[in-house]
Design a protein around this ligand. Structure first.
Ligand code: ARG
Length: 586
């Protein structure tokens, strides 16, 4: 159940009853700043004071009394100028937890009342180029957001909007003719395409005739020339193979692969419409939206000097044009209510302009730029994607390194008797731990901030790191293994009660899980789920240190097994929501 929503409802009903009002008023429930004041506070009386012209403290007293009679509430008391502090009943919390324990489908996380169709546009690399560390963020943040939205009942469409139609293809076509090697292309396609692209773009910078040739080939490609089309298909295919290898490793998948090329035919229509509606105009042969001239342009863009160009002088369409066509497609063909663009902060201005253009076109759809910061190296500068000798650090090699490092730590742990991984499981555990560590290091951060890439902190069984959480899960699982018990069977029968302080702390924390997941879904912030799981692992360790589980007896043992099972379930589900796996033994 959603705790805060429930408290808000009973709070506002209590206010109506206590003050004999014509209808409910907002209770304005907030968690307290300090647990010594209780679990939540109700601030509604403060606001009502103005409405009713009475001192809030006077109103708060009957509200507190009305709340005192409710099952969920142990005690409600007036504080300060008119807050009502509430202490939840332990017995009530325990029954909610037992309910969650029985729910083996959703672990107590309810569905949203109004499911939407949401496109998550993520990863979306430019093909014929190496995916590098920078692409990692969009891929794993986008995947986590998609999983979270899906888990609360939205219809999610994962779309990989590949950059597969830009100017690079003209350069690649002439470049491959000039310098390309079919053998190299077979052996390491992306590296060969990158090598040739580099040569071609350097040449185009100095040699106007060469640049013209590249533009002509691009135009031929875009107007359907058979030979160029074949070359392009070949580039796309080899790129897809390389991308798929990385996505497989990360266990990330897509429902659609509608790259820029998919919208080619729609582009002239987009420009026509913009012109016909007076949103864009011609300027020296190009077609642009001038924000200073458009009547309904948002304030924030009014002073934007450079226009939003949708067609160049030579007739070519741009990133902006494809993106407009893409929104229309998502709205009309996919029936989307919302689209999330999981793209680097640096593209903020592009999306601001895109969304403003869609509004001018009267497209009724929620569009959000889900931005993120930069990955930094240990020196605090953007992580270099080349090593000291100039080799590109690819995403594939980074993931391989993470698994290697995880394996080293695991073997060390086994040698020191801290870990109990069987020899035949080392391979799999290293992979789950290594990939999980990379993902968690990224996802635990507020996505808007930059973060520092640090192998040692990332692959740690102690701090706020993926392996620590996976270890906490394995520890829960090992309690069942040791007792010869089945975790799922226990979850079906155990009854949770909360007595020892460490049980109460753990129980209260777990009660918030559904709220956290819903908040993460509503704000596209996977780090909220990570934070919850980290605090959960700590609360569980506190509980485990103080409260014997297998050695307890009767209902206490039953309840503690229940708490352990629910902890394990929340860790597993929480990590699963951010695309991270667990293992039973570690
Ligand atoms: N291909 C772009 C890039 O790598 C990202 C595309 C994001 N999605 C979009 N619809 N613009 O910068």
């Amino acid at each position: 159940m959603l705790l805060e929503r429930y408290l808000e409802r009973i709070g506002s009903e209590a206010i109506q009853r206590a003050l004999d009002l014509d209808g409910p008023r907002p209770a304005l429930v907030r968690p307290t700043t300090d647990p010594k004041f209780g679990d939540f506070q109700i601030n509604g009386a403060m606001k009502l004071g103005k409405e009713l012209g009475k001192p809030p403290r006077e109103l708060a007293q009957p509200i507190a009394e009305a709340l005192g009679g409710i099952d969920a509430i142990e005690r409600a008391e007036v504080a300060g100028p008119g807050f009502v502090n509430i202490h939840l009943s332990h017995a009530w919390i325990a029954s909610r937890l037992t309910e969650a324990l029985r729910d083996d489908v959703h672990d107590g996380v309810p569905r949203v009342e109004r499911p939407e169709t949401i496109v998550v546009d993520f990863s979306s690399p430019n093909i014929a180029k190496q995916m590098h560390v920078g692409h990692l963020r969009s891929t794993i943040i986008g995947d986590a957001i998609a999983r979270i939205l899906d888990s609360v009942g939205h219809e999610v469409i994962r779309d990989n909007h590949l950059g597969d139609w830009g100017t690079q293809f003209g350069l690649l076509i002439v470049g491959m003719r000039e310098w390309g090697s079919e053998d190299a292309l077979q052996a390491d396609p992306i590296a060969e395409l990158e090598r040739v692209y580099k040569l071609a773009s350097e040449r185009a910078g100095k040699d106007e005739a060469f640049a013209d040739l590249a533009r002509a080939e691009l135009a031929k490609l875009q107007s359907g020339d058979v030979e160029n089309r074949k070359l392009w298909e070949h580039f796309v295919e080899v790129s897809r193979t390389a991308l798929d290898a990385v996505y497989d490793e990360l266990e990330v998948s897509f429902d659609e692969w509608l790259g820029e090329s998919a919208y080619h035919d729609a582009l002239p229509g987009v420009v026509e419409t913009l012109l016909a509606k007076g949103i864009a105009r011609e300027d020296d042969g190009a077609v642009c939206i001038f924000w200073g001239e458009v009547e309904d342009a948002p304030k924030s863009l009014r002073k934007q000097k450079t226009p939003f160009i949708v067609q160049k002088k030579d007739g070519a369409f741009l990133y902006s044009t494809t993106d407009i066509a893409t929104v229309l497609y998502r709205k009309e063909q996919l029936g989307a209510d919302r689209a999330l663009y999981v793209v680097d902060n640096r593209q903020g201005l592009h999306f601001q302009q895109l969304f403003a253009a869609m509004k001018l076109l009267d497209v009724d759809m929620t569009l959000e730029h889900v931005g993120f910061g930069t990955v930094l190296g240990r020196d605090g500068k953007p992580l270099r994607t080349r090593d000291a000798s100039g080799h590109v650090i690819t995403l594939a090699s980074l993931l391989a390194e993470s698994k290697e490092r995880a394996r080293a730590r695991i073997e060390e742990g086994i040698a020191e008797g801290r870990l109990r991984v069987r020899p035949e499981e080392i391979e799999n555990v290293s992979s789950v731990v290594g990939i999980g560590a990379v993902k968690y290091a990224d996802l635990r951060q507020n996505r808007l901030s930059d973060y520092q890439f640090d192998w040692d902190k990332m692959i740690s069984f102690q701090g706020n790191a993926g392996p620590y959480l996976q270890y906490a899960y394995a520890r829960c699982a090992s309690i069942f293994a040791k007792g010869g018990l089945d975790m799922d069977a226990t979850a079906r029968t155990a009854t949770i009660t909360l007595e020892a302080p460490a049980e109460v702390t753990l129980g209260k924390h777990m009660l918030r899980f559904a709220d956290v997941v819903h908040q993460a879904a509503a704000t596209s912030q996977p780090h909220l789920v990570c934070e919850h799981i980290y605090e959960l692992a700590r609360a569980f360790n506190g509980f485990y240190a103080e409260c014997p589980v297998l050695d307890a007896e009767g209902p206490t043992r039953d309840s503690r097994l229940g708490l352990t099972a629910l902890t394990a379930r929340q860790i597993r589900r929480g990590l699963g929501l951010v695309g991270i796996g667990v293992v039973d033994r570690m």
